[in-house]
Design a protein around this ligand. Structure first.
Ligand SMILES: Nc1ncnc2c1ncn2[C@@H]1O[C@H](COP(=O)(O)OP(=O)(O)OP(=O)(O)O)[C@@H](O)[C@H]1O
Ligand SMILES: [Zn+2]
Length: 730
């Protein structure tokens, strides 16, 4: 048992967020320190952030230990949070310090709370009263004594800051220093919600009851696109607020937060805290602290918000829970949906997984009765689900630089000039996936990756989608040196935009792709403008499939439905099903009916069939049966292993040495496959080799993997990465 408090001079164990691999001993500072306190400690010449984790247990002489330098002004980490971080580390087989880093990513945490200047009303009145001066006094009197920053006061009173200066000199305005981290406004759960329909009401009641129970539980909220899932789970949020607890809503895409926050503001009368990479450092720190103090009651954010120091988390919503972006693919390889369930189970909270097309894992857990279930089978109001049609492209014979077939083109024609919008979906960023020399056949590749360079015409450069490196489009072939022989092959969204502009020169075209380098704010404005009718034809990658509401949109064209079906990884069918259903769901969300045309060369493919048929349960059952037969997740447990290093031979040697220890797995009725060069065999100059561990469901895989990894000492520079429940296999 760790004591609650350490007195000055006690030996304390500090976990830092530095890659040290263990808890370090320090001496408790003057005044003592609580268990769980966030602190700064000296480490070599630096000061680093850490948490009081345990009693110190080393045998280094106490008097030689360095004392804790600063105790950070924030509530101590709660035992439940320590447990959560520990379990994440164990589950993902990552060092605890790396997980702590996720939980302390608030810039300037240790800085003293900074102050800003505010004005409050003093007793003195100026000798000479002017209308402007009177307005300033009236404004502050109306606020009942609350101080205001100069800029806000000037704006509200409609005066210049010069007027304020004069009043300050007269002693009418008094300067004060107020903490910069203003508290978050209070959300009111009892403001009226939208009137819910019967299905929504039933779902909301079920969720409210679950939240009130004050126990752990997970619910799959499955509703067709446009059924109003958001309205339903906002009722669960309201209930958590009524119970005095905190709530977290995870969204898969930053571009969605703007619209979502507006909905929260309408429902609860104020804005929630935001947490994602687009939030400024100052606001991050403000949110982190307010969450730790229990003052911020609702957080809307990206997956990393799961690691915020909630006081009393009662509810986690994972919106579009099937979305691949919930898996973090570097650093700590965790799946935010799974870790949300873990965090909820440790804090007697409820999790709600909202989606139109659940991940097979989630579907199976609901089938098995581990998750409760709520179904919304119809769109809200009078809107109908879009009509879905496959377009057989096998005989289409389109010109070389066209990808929009006759039927789709007719659909676009019919909508131009009527105020209705068309959306063309192509899940490929850039101009063309391939740049080939017409003279020698060279495919332009990345210098440091086993990947082709992708032409991005908007920035006029070639880009490697593995490492992000860009370079100018070369004037001559890098292999044969011939000039003007490089040709773009195949379409990306930018090239599709070119086709659209050529064929419909008068149409207003908008391209939405995740690599556009605009700010979150600018992107949001653009999306709002599109929703208001600012474009006739929208072209987008999977970013457009997620959750947007474009009321005027009535036609969705899937340019190439077969893209995701090739490559044949474990989830190819599932992902294609989810993505196309989701993008189709953008059509016909208001009063006009929607149509989705799916261009394919594989019209008889069962996945295309399932997308068209509307019989979801049949699709999940057949997917489940196929996975069961393979012993694949969720019916078996898989772990991906990537061995990478700058030296090819050493990397392969390490992988082979690991493979020789496969006996450890076979004894536990698990198996090891590989090594084999990874499908992307080189990234940033590092050779990549893959192995795969497959185990039956009951096997405790992590301890086995840890022991196995430790049996082989990887030479300098060679890294062994373990990926539990891998989502990607490149
Ligand atoms: N009870 C309601 N009253 C009025 N409007 C509603 C109600 N429920 C939903 N809507 C409206 O219906 C539309 C779809 O709702 P919402 O965005 O919640 O659906 P969804 O199920 O999350 O859809 P998707 O999965 O496609 O993103 C929205 O414009 C929303 O404002
Ligand atoms: Zn590269």
């Amino acid at each position: 048992m760790t004591p609650e408090f350490f007195h000055e001079g006690d030996r304390v164990g500090i976990l830092t967020s530095e890659p040290i691999g263990r808890v370090l001993d320090y001496r408790a500072p003057e005044g003592g320190v609580s268990n769980g306190a966030y602190v700064q400690v000296p480490l070599g010449p630096r000061k680093v952030t850490g948490v009081v984790w345990s009693a110190g247990d080393g045998d280094y002489p106490l008097e030689k230990l360095r004392p804790v330098a600063t105790v950070i002004d924030a509530p101590a980490m709660l035992p439940g949070m320590k447990q959560f971080l520990t379990r994440v580390a164990e589950y993902t087989l990552t060092p605890l310090d790396a997980v702590l880093r996720l939980a302390t990513r608030a810039p300037g945490l240790a800085d003293p709370p900074s102050k800003r200047r505010v004005y409050r009303l003093g007793d003195a009145r100026p000798d000479r009263m002017t209308p402007a001066r009177a307005r300033v006094i009236a404004t502050l009197e109306e606020l009942g004594g609350a101080p205001l920053p100069p800029a806000d006061l000037a704006q509200l009173a409609g005066v210049s800051t010069g007027v304020l200066k004069g009043l300050e000199e007269a002693g009418t305005l008094i300067v004060q220093a107020a903490p910069r981290d203003a508290p978050f406004p209070t959300l009111d759960p009892d403001r009226p919600s939208k009137p819910l329909n019967d299905d929504q009401r039933r779902g909301a009641a079920q969720l409210r009851e679950a939240v009130r129970s004050g126990t752990y539980g997970t619910t799959l909220l499955k509703g067709v696109t446009g059924s109003g899932k958001t309205e339903v789970y906002l009722e669960a949020v309201a209930e958590a607020l009524r119970c005095g607890r905190q709530a977290l809503v995870l969204l898969p895409e930053i571009a969605l937060t703007g619209a979502f926050i507006e909905r929260v503001e309408k429902r609860f009368g104020a804005k929630p805290a935001e947490w994602h990479s687009g939030v400024t450092p100052a606001n991050r720190r403000r949110a982190w602290k307010a969450v730790a103090e229990g003052q911020a009651r609702l957080v809307v954010g990206a997956r990393s918000a799961l690691f915020l120091p909630f006081r009393d988390l009662g509810l986690i919503i994972v919106d579009e829970e099937h979305d691949g972006s919930y898996k973090q693919e570097d650093g700590v390889l965790y799946h935010a949906r799974d870790m949300a369930v873990l965090r909820a189970s440790l804090s007697a909270a409820q999790t709600v997984l909202a989606t139109a097309t659940p991940a097979l894992e989630t579907w199976a857990n609901a089938e098995a009765g581990k998750y409760a279930r709520i179904e919304l089978t119809e769109r809200f109001g009078t809107a109908l689900l879009p009509e879905m049609r496959a377009v057989d492209m096998r005989g289409a014979a389109l010109p070389r630089d066209q990808w929009i077939g006759g039927e789709l083109a007719k659909g676009i024609d019919a909508r131009l000039g009527t105020g209705e919008q068309s959306l063309l979906f192509l899940n490929r960023r850039g101009y063309a996936p391939l740049t080939v020399c017409r003279a020698c056949g060279e495919q332009v590749g990345c210098h440091q990756c086993d990947a082709r360079m992708v032409e991005h015409r908007f920035i006029n450069r070639l880009m490697c989608h593995q490492c992000g490196e860009t370079r100018p489009i070369p004037p001559a072939c890098p292999a044969c040196g011939k000039e003007e022989t490089l040709a773009a092959i195949g379409p990306g969204v930018e090239r599709l935009a070119e086709e659209v502009t050529a064929r419909w020169p008068d149409a207003r075209v908008a391209v939405l792709s995740s690599d556009m380098t605009e700010s979150a704010r600018a992107l949001r404005d653009r999306i709002d403008a599109i929703a208001d009718g600012g474009a006739d034809i929208i072209i987008g990658t999977q970013m457009v499939a997620k959750g947007h509401n474009f009321p005027l949109l009535t036609l969705v064209g899937v340019i190439d439905a077969d893209l995701g079906l090739q490559g044949g990884d474990l989830r190819a069918a599932e992902r294609t099903f989810q993505l196309i259903r989701q993008v189709a769901g953008r059509a016909g969300r208001a009063d006009k009916p929607g149509l989705c045309l799916i261009q394919t060369h594989l019209p008889d493919n069962p996945v295309i069939g399932a997308i068209l048929s509307g019989d979801d349960e049949a699709f999940w059952r057949s997917e489940a049966a196929a996975r069961q037969q393979l012993g694949a997740p969720p019916y078996g447990r898989w772990a991906g292993v990537i061995v990478s290093g700058p030296d090819e031979r050493l990397t392969f040697d390490t992988a082979r040495a690991l493979a020789r220890e496969a006996g450890l797995f076979t004894q536990a009725s698990a198996s090891l496959l590989g090594p084999a060069p990874a499908p992307v065999a080189k990234v940033r100059g590092r050779t990549r080799v893959r192995l795969l561990v497959k185990a039956p469901k009951g096997v405790a895989l992590q301890p086995l993997l840890a022991e196995w990894r430790d049996r082989v000492k990887a030479p300098n520079g060679v890294r062994v990465t373990l990926d539990i429940d891998p989502q990607s296999f490149f």
